[in-house]
Every structure is written in C-alpha cells, then in structure tokens.
Design a protein around this ligand. Structure first.
Ligand code: HEC
Length: 202
C-alpha cells in the first residue's frame, strides 16, 4: 500500500505573501555624528561650567523680583517692601512702633536723624554707629550694626518706610542715592563714632 499523496498546495503557496522578515538597518551616519557631537558638547559644557560656587549660574531672581510692587507712603509703588525689611531687621531693636526701647534703642518715630538729611541717614545705615548719639534730646550710647549687605533698593525701601511711618513725613530715598553714598563712603570700614562724627559727614 502506497502512502496517499499529499494534496498539491503549490498554487495555494503562490497566492500567499512571503513571511515578513527583519532586515538590517544601521542608524544613519549623520544621526550617529549628531549624537556624538551632542555628547561631546555636553561633556565640554559640564567641564567649563564652574560648580560649587554661588548660584550665579542658576535662577537669578531674588525675592525683590518675585514680590509684587508695594505702595509707598507719598505715592507710587516700589519693588521692595520696606515694611517687611523693617519687621525682619530693625523692629527687634527699634520696635514695630518705631519708639525704640527707652535708654537702650533710640526711637525712629520723629527722630531728627530719620527725617533729616537723607545722606546722613544713608551713612548711618551703611556703616552703623557706636558711641554717643542724641535723639530727641536723649543721649544713647549703644551699638548699631552696619547694613551694607542690603542692596541699594532694599536700603532705599526701608529708609523710605521709616521716613513715612509713625507720623514721619520726609521725602522717599531712591536706590540711586544709596548707590552714590555707598560709593562716596566706600573707604570707611568702621562704624561712625556717634552723632558728632555724623553731623559734618553730610
Ligand atoms: C541690634 C539692635 C539694632 C538693630 C537691629 C537696628 N538698630 Fe538702629 N540703632 C540701634 C542703636 C543701639 C542705635 C544708637 C547707636 C548709638 O547709640 O551709637 C541705633 C540708631 C539708629 C538710627 C539713628 C538714631 C535714631 O534713632 O534715629 C537710625 C536711623 C537707625 N538706628 C535705623 C535702623 C534701621 C532702619 C534698622 C534696620 C535696618 C536698624 N536701625 C536696626 C540698634 C539697632
């Protein structure tokens, strides 16, 4: 007995498509070059970028930039909130009321130093004072630190605030004034020795 012949399927095979197969396709040479160039540039960029330094290479916005402008006594707006700075840096000694502490910290309210010559006030803040200073008829002999680490705009903001608060009515001080006085007194490294040294400094 012979085996039954298998049905002839050649016609059937011819009708069908060939099985799909995967052919070799290398990355295009220009893509390889491009990726290589990118990797080299990345390495070079990391190499030339200083690290471990201050954030000069990062987000350079400060709180000044992010905060919305605040209204200033006497009209207009400013980018720096003098009241906020006062609360953070000055109120501990001079008090939120601007009245100071009797015998220890002189008042800023109605102080002739605050409402007087803007240059002298700027000098006081830039370099601090130690020694006798008479404020509203009372002599104080304390020490006030210098505030030169504050920016021109911050110093102008806080001075403008104390000149327009607690009944004080003196003109605002601009950042340009602070900048000019900072430059003019940059040789000074010590605080003023009290009021006597400040008077002629105007
Ligand atoms: C550590 C306490 C202290 C802090 C903080 C301080 N002051 Fe003073 N301030 C003094 C003392 C003390 C004197 C008087 C110095 C003396 O007797 O020589 C003074 C004097 C002054 C004077 C001149 C005298 C007067 O009463 O008008 C002004 C203006 C002034 N401070 C403004 C400020 C401002 C603005 C700030 C915030 C940026 C500030 N002070 C922060 C202690 C302080």
């Amino acid at each position: 007995m012979s085996k039954p012949t298998p049905p002839d399927d050649s016609l059937q095979r011819q009708r069908e498509n060939a099985d799909p197969d995967e052919s070799v396709r290398p990355l295009p040479w220009f893509l390889v070059m491009f990726l290589g160039a990118m990797a080299m540039w990345g390495g070079f960029y990391i190499y030339i970028t200083p690290s471990g330094e201050d954030s000069a290479y990062g987000d350079q916005r400060t709180m000044e930039t992010l905060r919305p402008p605040v209204p200033v006594a006497g009209g207009g707006t400013a980018l720096v909130d003098g009241k906020l700075i006062y609360g953070g840096k000055c109120a501990a000694c001079h008090q939120a009321t601007g009245m100071g502490v009797a015998g220890v910290f002189p008042p800023l309210a109605a102080s002739e130093w605050v409402t007087g010559d803007e240059k002298i006030l700027t000098h006081i803040l830039l370099h601090g004072i130690e020694g006798e200073i008479e404020v509203k008829g009372v002599v104080y002999k304390g020490v006030m630190p210098a505030w030169q680490m504050m920016s021109d705009a911050e110093l102008a903001g806080v001075m403008t605030y104390i000149r327009g608060e607690w009944g004080n009515k003196a003109a605002p001080i601009t950042a340009d004034t602070v900048k000019a006085e900072r430059e003019a007194t940059k040789a000074r490294t010590t605080p003023y020795q009290g009021g006597a040294e400040l008077k002629p400094a105007s």
